[in-house]
Design a protein around this ligand. Structure first.
Ligand SMILES: [Zn+2]
Ligand SMILES: [Zn+2]
Length: 156
């Protein structure tokens, strides 16, 4: 799983988000700062509902619409990445200062393994360069069964 982000990086990340908002002419509100702080505390992949819940737990009053509007901004600012696991809704993870990785997802139990994306990135560059395409991202995910589910007897 990603992170944990070293707390020493937090001020740098907060500053990066502040600059991003300013460049876009978006207001740097307390609500957006609260969302960023909550998001920095997550250790695993998370979804918008978990952010809402954590904000409530922390006693911060931030509306659902603000959360749903701010998460894509954090993605655009390079702090989070959106990941999709099967048919589930969008999940997010921290990418700031993290080594790039991709995922494999067990379709039976839902366990998620991460793996180093170095080789995939090399492949991406090779394919893109054939069309002089400037690729800065990719979607690559292994789907199937984890070792346990592959050997477990079929459920009745
Ligand atoms: Zn991940
Ligand atoms: Zn499994």
């Amino acid at each position: 799983m990603p992170g944990p982000i070293q707390p020493e990086l937090f001020p740098q990340i907060r500053e990066a988000f502040r600059l991003y908002l300013r460049r876009r002419g978006i207001k740097d509100t307390q609500a957006r700062r609260s969302i960023l702080d909550i998001v920095l505390d997550f250790r695993e992949h998370f979804e918008a509902e978990q952010v809402l819940y954590a904000l409530k737990e922390a006693g911060r009053r931030v509306g659902k619409a603000t959360v749903y509007r701010t998460l894509p901004l954090l993605v655009d600012a390079g702090i989070l990445k959106e990941v999709r696991f099967g048919k589930k809704q969008a999940h997010y993870e921290q990418v700031y200062g993290q080594a790039p990785h991709d995922h494999m997802v067990c379709r039976r139990c839902g366990i998620i393994y991460e793996f180093d994306a170095e080789e995939v990135i090399a492949l991406r560059h090779r394919i893109a360069s054939q069309k002089r395409f400037h690729a800065d991202g990719h979607r690559f995910q292994l789907v199937g069964l984890c070792e346990h589910c592959a050997t477990a007897p079929p459920q009745v």
